[in-house]
Design a protein around this ligand. Sequence first.
Ligand code: CA
Length: 217
Amino acid sequence: MRVLLVEDEPRLLRSLAQALREEGYAVDTADAGDDGLYKAENYDYDAIVLDIMLPRLDGWGVLDRLRQRKQTPVLMLTARDATRDRVRGLDTGADDYLVKPFDLSELLARLRALIRRAAGQARSNVEVRDVVIDTRSRVVTRAGHPVALTAREYAILEYLALHRGEVVTRTALYEHLFDESDDTLSNLVDVHVFSIRKKLGAELIATRRGQGYCIES
Ligand code: CA
């Protein structure tokens, strides 16, 4: 999953980006509203964490303009006890909000829920045949036995599972799993899929020639 963080406090931005990367997200960042809007309009993020008080264009402006074109899930960061902000945020099309200062664990939980909801998946467990993916703990089991996946393998499997029934192109996988700071060539999706099939069964992920990959619904 690839997320965009728009936050102008450098320390908070850095620590959030690091925490999200540790959770396996690909993370792009912006420290001003106009920059955030540009990225949000030009990349397909799985979710956006958006601060309200931002230089050049505030969070309201970003959200308002973004919603004219895209429905990317947005989690807004509001000031403490600013009920009016929360109401306005939800009215403007924010999907959820979090009051500063917040616990990192709460941010992570809300982000996971937001991404699941956007994919039409209410529960945190995704079951595909005898494979169960627990998106909360990031543990994958096959026939009840835990299977160790690398961070990349897990990210690919989770993305395909949340979009089951859809053919996901390699380009889409690249865009959703690797962020702007990631320019390594070791990101070959095919190699990771090969490895996932070896661990979880060849029939789990279908290859659609010339199109991409699919987990059947
Ligand atoms: Ca701010």
